[in-house]
Design a protein around this ligand. Structure first.
Ligand SMILES: [Zn+2]
Length: 253
């Protein structure tokens, strides 16, 4: 099992850790700041730094899988091409080898900004989401709807929410509370992170008398305040199917 430090603090860029296993897929640590692909958000890249200062480049991060393909609680750090020899050497020392796990922070922070914007978009377009992808360069959300959407008006609405500097609050609810409030789930494609008894929620606004902008279960990484998002534009709106409108978000040039 890998302790997922990014869920407590999305701003933590590195941590010390120990290798618990090296599999065909990659390197498993006892704890990590690397977010594994999931919930539409891409996996982190970065480096593992060994005690002698040498580095192993990590290209991607995934959840572990058992022999039947079911997800485990391991987080697997996938070495970049060309690292095979280093990893093979490491496999002779592991498990227990100490490393420093350090993410590509600039890349991750772009995903945190775009991911948080996707929550703002759920407020601006209050329709169910049936597909979502968050990358360092763009985010796309597919809404189950037939009405047309307007690029400029969505961009303006998002800019107003960014400028309003709404704080984000991370909390959790029980499975029963979620069952009693099914409207909290805005995505048809991403299941809330159930299974531990508590489901992590992300709230934007809603503190004191402030308006509630968005509240939904989410296991991804977000910024602490919408003001940190910066300038975002809706770069494309597509009619993906008769009942789906795709919105693509990017950073303003
Ligand atoms: Zn989220």
């Amino acid at each position: 099992m890998t302790q997922d430090l990014f869920r407590q603090d999305a701003y933590q860029r590195e941590c010390s850790a120990h290798i618990t296993a090296i599999t065909e897929v990659g390197i498993v640590l006892d704890q990590t700041v690397f977010y594994p692909l999931g919930g539409g958000q891409a996996g982190d890249s970065g480096v593992l730094v060994l005690a002698d200062g040498t580095q192993i480049a990590i290209a991607d991060t995934r959840k572990g899988k058992d022999a039947d393909g079911n997800p485990t609680s391991d987080i697997v750090h996938i070495p970049a091409p060309g690292q095979e020899e280093r990893v093979a050497q490491l496999a002779q020392q592991a498990p227990g080898t100490a490393v420093t796990a350090r993410i590509d922070w600039e890349r991750r922070h772009r995903m945190m900004r775009l991911h948080t914007t996707s929550h703002l978009l759920c407020h601006v377009v209050p329709q169910l989401v049936n597909g979502c992808s968050i990358t360092p360069d763009y985010a796309r959300l597919d809404f189950a709807m037939t009405d047309p959407l307007d690029k400029e008006s969505l961009t303006t609405a998002i800019a107003a929410l960014v400028a309003a500097a709404h704080p984000l609050t991370v909390a959790s609810i029980s499975d029963e509370e979620l069952d009693a409030n099914p409207a909290l789930v805005k995505s048809m494609s991403v299941q809330p992170p159930r299974g531990t008894g508590r489901i992590r929620t992300i709230r934007i606004g809603g503190e004191g008398d402030a308006p509630l902008i968005d509240l939904q279960p989410c296991g991804g990484t977000h910024v602490a305040n919408t003001s940190e998002i910066g300038a975002i534009v809706v770069t494309k709106i597509e009619k993906k199917s008769a009942t789906t409108r795709r919105v693509v978000l990017g950073f303003a040039q």
